[in-house]
Design a protein. Structure first.
Length: 294
């Protein structure tokens, strides 16, 4: 009876383009939809989010960074014999390190319906944009990292969770001056929690060493060969980067009407440009299947 009642509330039809258009059934009562809790602990929870319009929307951004600087040390106050020189030899001089962010991209949502009873189309499009943009931004960032050619501290052999996370934390300490940001597909989170390797910190998650960690709903298990997530295999790439910055414009919505079909179209969009500070590394993670070992 309940299924029949729900079915009677809405009736679907198709517009000429093949997109579904849903309109209230005559005589039904339209009510507010149930509240929705959006997912948490994704990329935008750990990124430095800047909302502003500017020239970056044309070509992205570039900046000089000191976060991957290397140096040396001197032991004692007198030169000591050493192969090829003395302990006072200074390391080779470094140049300025530049970071080039990814190119701008636009996240959008499009809806289409009959002009009859389609109230506030732009508002509806904007609401949907806010719901889907975290996932779409993560998909773009996942592909962007694949183009960076990250460091592979353990090569391409799959390793358990504790080994993988430890290797990235150690590698970041050697090659990055700050705490790294770790990126993992969302389906891996229960393993991190079971191994007690993550702790909620306000709106974000952190590792035991304080690194930010994002469990992205849009991350690909293998960014170099994008495919649907495969939790059954238990295998994916665990990635660490420098601080991630997400520049984004103000959201924008517009609409149009096609008189021939009596159809109203609304589109909402927002432009993004993502960059990660100079460090990027990856370890191939192998998680267990129904085991208590990590």
């Amino acid at each position: 009876m309940l299924l029949g009642s729900v079915t009677q509330l809405r009736a679907a039809s198709l517009d000429p383009s093949g997109d579904a258009m849903t309109i209230p059934v005559p005589g039904s009562v339209e009510v507010d939809p149930p509240p929705l809790e959006t997912y948490t602990y994704g990329l935008l929870s750990v990124a430095r989010v800047i909302t502003e319009d500017g020239r970056w929307q044309l070509d992205g951004v570039t900046y000089a960074t000191d976060a991957c600087a290397q140096g040396g040390h001197v032991i004692g106050s007198r030169p000591q014999p050493a192969p090829g020189g003395t302990s006072h030899d200074k390391p080779e001089a470094e140049g300025v390190t530049w970071v080039n962010g990814g190119g701008p991209f636009t996240v959008y949502t499009r809806l289409e319906c009959s002009t009859v009873g389609f109230a506030d189309p732009e508002g509806t499009a904007l609401r949907r944009l806010h719901l889907i943009e975290p996932r779409e931004v993560e998909r773009v960032f996942s592909l962007q990292i694949a183009d960076v050619d990250p460091r592979l501290p353990l090569g391409t052999e799959p390793v358990p969770l504790l080994t993988a996370l430890g290797a990235l934390e150690a590698d970041a300490a050697l090659h990055y001056a700050g705490r790294p940001t770790v990126h993992a597909p969302r389906w891996t989170q229960p393993h991190f929690a079971a191994a007690r390797q993550v702790t909620p910190n306000g709106p974000m998650m952190r590792t035991e060493l304080g690194s930010r960690i994002a469990f992205g709903g849009g991350y690909f298990d293998d960014p170099s060969e994008p495919a649907e997530p495969d939790p059954v295999s238990g295998r994916c790439w665990l990635i660490a980067t420098g601080t991630v910055t997400a520049r984004r414009s103000a959201p924008f919505a517009h609409q149009a009407v096609t008189p021939e079909t009596n159809t109203r179209i609304a589109i909402a969009e927002r432009t993004y440009a993502l960059d990660a500070d100079c460090y990027a590394a990856a370890v191939l993670l192998q998680l267990p299947s129904g085991s208590s070992e990590w």
